[in-house]
Structure formats: structure tokens, C-alpha cells
Design a protein around this ligand. Structure first.
Ligand code: ZN
Length: 299
């Protein structure tokens, strides 16, 4: 959906509520208390009343927007920007773009939306995976721009090989680059038995013993100008560009949340509206509702 389509589709509170209703109850209303499918009138406070048992159900119950004082439109826009804008968005940018009153409110919204970014059902990477480790950070707030470097954090990257392109991505901070830490990172992110490409670092030696088809590469084996782990290196350079451009003041404590956000957008780059629904806390039990579905239903 383009930004113009989004604006037209979700230009009013009513249209946002209609979308929530269609996303939560794609087969029509279902009472969470008694399972009846008969719904009465919508109250002035936008609660739906079950005609069988009288239970009132809020359209936002179970979503990130429940009991919010902010307009639904603001939440929809925030989720849209966070899930579809490639560079992502900072709390300061969100506050400015959406006219949110305080920085704290914008920060809290981003925090809630980011809470949905680690999908509990996500499955490990498989088949063929590139693994590498790298340093990230040194952009901490309070340091003179570009002169003093903050503390850099060691991170691990794992990315699926899909033909000439890349599949799913995982990132994590690492305590160090020894065999125990790297073995734990690969075991956490990748299915046993997968082909695992790494460089020749000794910390990767335990991988064969952990059940992986480990294929270490030596730089000497590469042709001049060729990168050993091209997908991993592309992901790392994109991550660094994003971190440096959008989130200059990230302390190491918050780094894992930013890694999750980067992974979230990477892994949903082909299906941004699915990412949008996930962030709002919708569509977990079924396929994402498309714009087309809504149009078809209304017709
Ligand atoms: Zn009921």
C-alpha cells in the first residue's frame, strides 16, 4: 500500500475501527465470552454488545492500542512508518511527523510497537546459512561527534542463503567471540544439520561437533575483490548505515531492541502490511487482511 492509499484508507477513526473489526473478526463477530455470533449495536464508547450474553467487547482489546488516549489514526500511522519505512523512525521523528504532544508519549508508542517485533512463533534459520561476528556502536550520546568513540558491542549475524539472494536474518549481541558464545549463537538461530558458512576464525571450530555441516572459508580461497560471506556483509553494512543515520544515541543496553527492529523489517520486507498488523497486535491467528480483502468485503 502506498502512502497515499494508506492516507485515504485510514483517514478517519471510523475507517480505522472498521479495519480493526475486519482484522479481529474476519468471519464476523465472535463473542469472546460465550462464542455467540450475534452482535448488537455499537455503544457510544465503541464497545460491541453480544446479544446472547450482554458482554461488551472493545475493538482494541488484546491489541497494542487498548485503553489508549491517542487517536487510532496516530497508532496506525506509527505502525505503518515503523514497519514500512526502510530506515525506520526515531521517537523524535515520530513525535514531529505525527504531531504527538510529548517526546515521552512518542517514545512509549515506539516501545510498545517494538514489543511485538520478536515473533514468538519464529522458527530457526535452515538449509544454508552465513554466520559472522562484527562490532557495532560507538555512537553514544554525550560524546563529541565523531571524535570520541563510545564502547562498541560485539554482535553476531546469521542469514539464510537463498539462491543468489538472502533469506531471513537474525542478529544478537555476543559476550565474546569464543567457541562457547559463537556455538550458542548458532544453536539459537539455526536448525541443526544446516550448512553453515563462516570465516576461518577458531571460535567457529565447535560447530561441527554441535551438529552443523560447517564449511569454514579462508580468505585465501576467495578471488581478489570477492567477499567470503557476501549476504552477511551486506546485512552488516545496511545495519551500520541505519544505526548511524537514524539512531545515533543508542546505549549498549538498548542495542538488542534495535537489532530486533532491524531484523523485523528485513524479514518482512516483502510483506510490509503483515508487519503493520503484527505491530498493532492484530492478525496473529490468521493471514493478514489485505487492502483487497477489505474492498471485496465492502463491495
Ligand atoms: Zn456473548
Amino acid at each position: 500500500m502506498t502512502i497515499l492509499e494508506f492516507q485515504q484508507r485510514f483517514g478517519s477513526e471510523e475507517s480505522c475501527r472498521a479495519y480493526l473489526f475486519a482484522s479481529r473478526w474476519p468471519e464476523g463477530f465472535l463473542c469472546p465470552a460465550c462464542g455467540a455470533q450475534e452482535v448488537g449495536a455499537e455503544t457510544g464508547r465503541h464497545l460491541w454488545i453480544c446479544t446472547a450474553c450482554g458482554r461488551q467487547t472493545s475493538i482494541t482489546a488484546g491489541t497494542v492500542m487498548h485503553k489508549t488516549r491517542l487517536p487510532l489514526r496516530t497508532w496506525f500511522w506509527a505502525a505503518y512508518l515503523v514497519s514500512t519505512f526502510h530506515p525506520g523512525i526515531s521517537a523524535k521523528q515520530l513525535q514531529r511527523q505525527l504531531g504527538i504532544g510529548s517526546h515521552e508519549t512518542a517514545w512509549a508508542m515506539l516501545h510498545k510497537l517494538r514489543g511485538a517485533m520478536v515473533a514468538p512463533e519464529r522458527t530457526p534459520l535452515k538449509d544454508e546459512v552465513e554466520i559472522d561476528e562484527f562490532f557495532l556502536g560507538g555512537y553514544e550520546e554525550g560524546l563529541k561527534a565523531g571524535r570520541q568513540r563510545g564502547k562498541k558491542a560485539l554482535c553476531g549475524v546469521a542469514i539464510e542463503v537463498r539462491g543468489r539472494g538472502s533469506g531471513r536474518l537474525r542478529l544478537a549481541t555476543l559476550p565474546d567471540a569464543n567457541g562457547v558464545s559463537l556455538g550458542a549463537f548458532v544453536t539459537d538461530t539455526t536448525t541443526a544439520g544446516a550448512i553453515v558458512h563462516t570465516d576461518g576464525w577458531q571460535g567457529y571450530k565447535p560447530l561441527a561437533g554441535l551438529g552443523f555441516d560447517h564449511r569454514p572459508l579462508s580468505q585465501r580461497a576467495a578471488l581478489p575483490g570477492e567477499q567470503l560471506l557476501p549476504r552477511a556483509h551486506r546485512a552488516i553494512s545496511n545495519l551500520k548505515a541505519w544505526m548511524h543515520g537514524t539512531h545515533r544515541g543508542v546505549s549498549p543496553d538498548h542495542l538488542p531492541a534495535y537489532l530486533d527492529e532491524f531484523v523485523f523489517r528485513h524479514n518482512r520486507r516483502g510483506t510490509p502490511m503483515a508487519g503493520f498488523q503484527t505491530l498493532l497486535g492484530l492478525g496473529l491467528a490468521h493471514d493478514p487482511i489485505t487492502y483487497r480483502d477489505i474492498i471485496d468485503r465492502a463491495a
